[in-house]
Structures are given as C-alpha cells and as structure tokens.
Ligand binder design. Structure first.
Ligand code: NAD
Length: 614
C-alpha cells in the first residue's frame, strides 16, 4: 500500500568516516573562501571535538573567525539572539555547528537571524521563507547520536519565560554539508549516550507509525531501528567501540531523515511539554514516554508495531501468511523443497499440477486459520514494547539513567501535570499521532511514566556482542551428537532431569501437552507426554498422537537448550518445522527458561564439558 501523496528530498551532502574531520579539504572545497562562525558549547570546547574540527579546517578556504561556545542544553531564545549578534559583529558569512541538538538548533536559527535580522520569536513557525531565499551556507557536525538535526528542517528552542519549547521549520535549515565522524562522539558520557540514543530510536519509531508515513521514510526508519537497537547497549558499555558509535551516528542520521519527512507524534509532544515545564532532558523524556505511547497506539498500528519488533530482533512464525503466499505467488520451488524433505511427493505433484481453482480453494481454506497469524503478530507487537522497557532497564544498569519521571527530576509530585497536558495537546507533533489524542489520556501516560517502578536490569555478555560476533559464535558448533545413541543418552537424560526438577517438572506436567521432537543429523525421536497423570519421557516410537510435532536439526536442539537459539525465528526460517498447536507450544517458552541454566551444568556433570557452547 502507498500513501496518496508523499515527497522526498535531501539536498544535504553527507560524509561519514572515523576521523574524517581531519580530512575534509575536498569535501569543503566547494565553499571557497568564507568567514565562519563556529557554534558549540563550553563542554565540547574542552572535551576535544572542537579542537579536532578547528584543526580539520586549517588547510581549507574556510576561516573560523569567531567561536560562540555558550549554548546550554535545551538552548533558549536569548542564546540564539546572542549567537546571531556575534556572527553579525564578526561579519561571518558561514555557520559551522559542532555539537548536539542544542548547538545545531541554535546555529540553524542564529543563521536565520544573521540573514534576516529581527527577534527570534518573529521567525517562529513553519516555512516562512520563500523557496528562493537563502541563508548563509552551513556545515553541521553532530557530536551526539541523537537528534539527527544535521538532516532535519526543524529547530527547537526553549522559551523559559513561558515554559515552552518553540518549533521553527525551514527548508533552508538543511546544511549544505553534514560531517558524521564517530570519533567525535567517543567523549559522550554514558547517560547522554543512552538518552540521546533513545531519542534517535523514538524518531525512527514515530516516523514509522505516524500518519504521514511514506515508503521512503519507512525504509530509513526501519534500518535506523535496527542499527540503534543493535548498538545502543554496546556504545554505553564500551564507549570506545568505534563500530558501535558509528552505527549509532548513522542510525541517528537515518532516523533524522525519516522523521523530517514523516514527522513525529505523541511521544515528542509530551516530551517537549516535559522539557518546557519541568526541564527534563529531551532524550530522557522520550525514552520514558516511548513505551507508554507505544501501548496507547498499538491497536491502531498493529502491523507496523510488529514490524518494529521484528526489526529489533523479535521474530515470530508467519505460518499462515507464508503458506498462503507460497500458493498465491506460485513459489512452488520453496514448497517443493519442504515437501521433498518430508517425503510427501504426492502432495508436491498435486500442488505443482494444480489449477488456479485448486490453489484458490487452498488459499480460502488457509484463510480460516488467519486468526493464528493475527494472534502471533499482536504478541510480537507487544513483545516490541517489552523490548523497549528492557532496553531502558539495561541502559539504567549500564549508565544510571532514571527509569521514571520522578527520578528524572520532577520533585513537586506532578503538581504541574495540567500544564504539561495542555502544552502537549497544543504541540504540533500531536497532529501526526496515529490515534487522536485525548487530554485525559496524556495525563494517564505522564502519570504512568512518573510512577513506574522498573528496576535496572543486568546486561549479559551476549547482549554486548556485535551482530557479527553473534553470528560467528552461532557457526561454531556443528554435528554435536556423534550418533543417535549419544543423542538419546544426552537428551533423554536431560529431559528426565527437567521432569525431576522441583520447578520445571510440575510446570511441564501442568501444561497437559504432548510434544514430540523429531531430530535429524543424527535421527532420533523423543516425546514428552504430559497428557496423562504422569509426565513421561519416551525415546523412539510413540504409540499415542502428539499434540505438536517439532522437527529440527539435532544441533539446533543443542543450541536451544543453551538458551542461545530463537525458536520463533527458527520457525519463521523453517529451521524448525512445527505441526499441530503451535501457539500453545510457544507458551512453553517462558516455562522452559530455567532449563537453559541447567543444560550446561548437566553436560558438565556428565563429563561432557567440551560440548558446552561458549
Ligand atoms: P544536547 O545538545 O543538549 O547536549 C547534551 C549535553 O551533551 C551537553 O551538555 C553537551 O555539552 C554534551 N555533549 C554533546 N556532545 C558531547 C560529546 N561528544 N562529548 C561530551 N559531551 C557532549 O543534547 P541533544 O540530545 O543532542 O540535543 C537536544 C536538543 O535538540 C533539544 O533541545 C531538543 O529539543 C533538540 N532536538 C532537535 C531536533 C531537530 O531535528 N532539530 C530533533 C530532536 C531534538
């Protein structure tokens, strides 16, 4: 499906590279001779990025004639006015921003005042400049990953006298050049890495679900979600990891382009209000409000929230839609592979020779099972919200970011909640939210984020592995069981251990489920039967009829019991083929979690420590 209308343009040239600010002569040559005002803040002037940038411009035609380093976090109207005055006083004809969103937005609006004159407030609004009007050329160098402001047409400036953040939007705010150098973000402290990173994630998520979505911003938003969710913990835990820092910076840029085209929604409306009224840092407010608003919007954009969840690594089996599409699209090569494997050659022939009428009949039959797909998608979408909450908790563990608005600095017991709600309801971002916002719902969302009692969550070594490291680890163990006899010895023994476990045994019995595992390479069949009075583990032939049969490679089972395999993803990829009541089987997963701890210990006790996966 496509929207009725959409636009896309990005006039900004962008260069990326670790250490690239030291090598920008070619990229900036087109600007010729210029007198630049460099806009930054006091911390960056000390922390190193500004020095690096100054050195980078040394052998270029651009002379940095003045530095304005007085930008506070959440820059104000007064700061912008002073910054512009400094640029005018020094006859500057170019603006360079080196900093986070506060610096970049100050530079954008200061450029406007330098060119047009007047007070900052006079220029508040959207697209007041004619398309033939221009500002001074600008170069933006972000030092947070972050706002994506280097590629957005907007700027947000605080008006502390009225407790609001004012929006400005002009096409001409887009710089001629953006320079992304992850080395400049290495000095960003953990808490800021976490909160600014979550800001970028919110941009991508809101761009993907809000009313003005477009195919271009969808593509950018989803990849941004992947880059950020894969790397944010690593960037916080290992601040010098240049790969993770780079991925965050690129994710922030992609999210910036995405939301600059499709806008943001309710999360931003509430965060802007919290920033204006309670001075909560923008990224942190976004991180805390995000899961509450995702829940609020979930039903209106179920499929899109499921897409987000999958992009963040949560997988689920598209059992019904897959089989439908195989038949509908005639991709019988895929089907024939599955069919061959399961030795149902006659079915293969029927399908291959079937007329379109037969196919249509099959599709209709499968349609009646569509509710399973819907059920699974809804669960995946909810799992995405859980993933965000988990991410916040893990970031709190790594960096100490607060997990509710009370700890984030609201000390008056939400006395100004009405002001927050009124300000949020008037925010332009509300226009794009997929659900029409109600004032009382905003109040409930703010309260939920204020009273939330989440606690920091320990981050595992596995969470801190890059995607490349994870897949390298996965390849490590092949043909674990040398023959069927060894497989039975190990896995039947393990299942007996689970049966005898004080927690797992009764939990498995309670399911009443009869599950059969059919292993390949080597071949073996084990049935766990909880349908009767007693939980039974049966090796080999089974005379009853299992409610679910799961066929998989034996290596997959070995990995699964280490807690390192994603069953739902394996179902989607057909690494595991499940026959029977799949939703019921998936409900086993939370029950089985304690078993992942037991399996390596069991192998060790059996004298098989060499089979334990690293
Ligand atoms: P920020 O610019 O306010 O910076 C936060 C702090 O981080 C500052 O103290 C700064 O000195 C420090 N810092 C930045 N980079 C550093 C580095 N490399 N090393 C050490 N310290 C560093 O934070 P932000 O989240 O990037 O920007 C927030 C502002 O951006 C808000 O005003 C928000 O409303 C605005 N914003 C704008 C857009 C847009 O498209 N224009 C989008 C989102 C947010």
């Amino acid at each position: 499906m496509l929207p009725e209308y959409f636009e896309f343009s990005l006039p900004t040239k962008l260069v990326y590279g670790a250490g690239i600010v030291g090598n920008i002569e070619k990229a900036v040559a087109k600007f010729g001779k210029k007198r630049a005002l460099l806009v930054t803040d006091a911390i960056l002037a000390e922390a190193g990025p500004v020095e690096k940038v100054k050195n980078g411009f040394k052998n270029t035609g651009i002379e940095i004639v003045s530095i304005f380093d007085n930008v506070p976090p959440n820059s104000t109207l007064k700061t912008v006015q002073e910054c512009a005055a400094q640029g005018v006083a020094n006859n500057c004809d170019m603006v360079i921003a080196v900093g986070g969103g506060s610096v970049i937005d100050t530079a954008k609006v200061a450029n406007l005042i330098m060119k047009k004159g007047g007070k900052v407030q006079d220029h508040m609004g959207a697209y007041l400049l004619d398309s033939n009007e221009s500002l001074f050329p600008s170069i933006i160098i972000p030092t947070t990953a972050g706002t994506g402001s280097e590629v957005t047409k907007v700027a947000v400036i605080a008006d502390p006298d009225n407790d609001v953040k004012l929006p400005f939007a002009e096409e001409q705010f887009l710089p001629q050049l953006a320079i992304l150098d992850p080395e400049l973000t290495l000095s960003l402290p953990g808490k800021l890495t976490a909160s600014t990173g979550m800001d970028a994630l919110v941009h991508a998520i809101e761009a993907y679900v809000d009313k003005e979505w477009s195919p271009a911003s969808d593509a950018l938003a989803l990849h941004a979600i992947k880059l950020i969710s894969d790397n944010i913990l690593i960037a916080c835990a290992k601040p010098n990891d240049i790969e993770a820092r780079g991925a965050m910076l690129v994710g922030s840029f992609l999210a910036g382009v995405a939301f600059s085209h499709s806008m943001v929604g309710m999360v931003h409306a509430i965060s802007h209000a919290l920033g204006g009224v309670y001075h909560i840092p923008h990224g942190l407010a976004n991180a805390l409000i995000l899961p509450e608003v995702m829940e609020y919007n979930l039903d209106a954009r179920l499929d899109r929230f499921a897409d987000i969840a999958i992009t963040m690594g949560i997988s689920f089996p598209e059992i019904i839609t897959d089989s439908q599409s195989i038949i509908k699209t005639g991709k019988l090569d895929i089907l024939s592979k599955i069919v061959k494997k399961t030795e149902l050659k006659s079915l293969q022939q029927v399908v291959e020779n079937s007329s379109s009428a037969v196919r249509e009949f099959a599709v209709k039959k499968l349609d009646s099972l569509g509710f399973v797909d819907q059920w699974v998608r809804k669960n995946a979408a909810y799992a995405g919200i859980d993933r965000i909450r988990t991410l916040n908790r893990q970031l709190a563990f790594l960096t100490g970011i607060p997990l509710n608005l009370k700890d984030a600095g609201i000390k008056d017991d939400l006395a100004k909640i009405d002001q927050v709600a009124d300000t949020a309801m008037e925010d332009g971002s509300m226009l794009y939210n997929p659900v029409e916002p109600k004032r009382e719902d905003v109040i409930e969302i703010v309260k939920a984020a204020y009273y939330r009692k989440d606690t920091p969550l320990k981050v595992s070594e596995d969470d801190l592995k890059s995607a490349a490291e994870k897949s390298a680890g996965e390849k490590a163990m092949k043909s674990v069981f040398k023959d069927g006899e060894q497989l039975y010895d190990i896995l039947v023994g393990f299942y007996e251990l689970l049966k005898g476990d004080a927690e797992l045994g009764p939990a498995l019995s309670k399911t009443g489920l009869c599950v059969q595992f059919v292993y390949k390479n080597p071949s073996a069949t084990i049935t766990i039967d909880a349908s009767g009075d007693e939980l039974k583990i049966i090796a080999g032939d089974f005379s009853g009829s299992p409610e679910v049969t799961m066929t998989m490679d034996a290596d997959f089972a070995h990995k699964f019991w280490h807690g390192k395999a994603n069953l739902v993803s394996a179902l989607t990829r057909r690494l595991v083929v499940a026959k029977g009541n799949v939703p019921k089987t998936l409900k086993l997963l939370p029950i089985l979690k304690p078993a992942y701890r037991l399996y390596p210990q069991y192998l060790k006790d059996k004298g098989l420590a060499d089979l334990i996966m690293a």
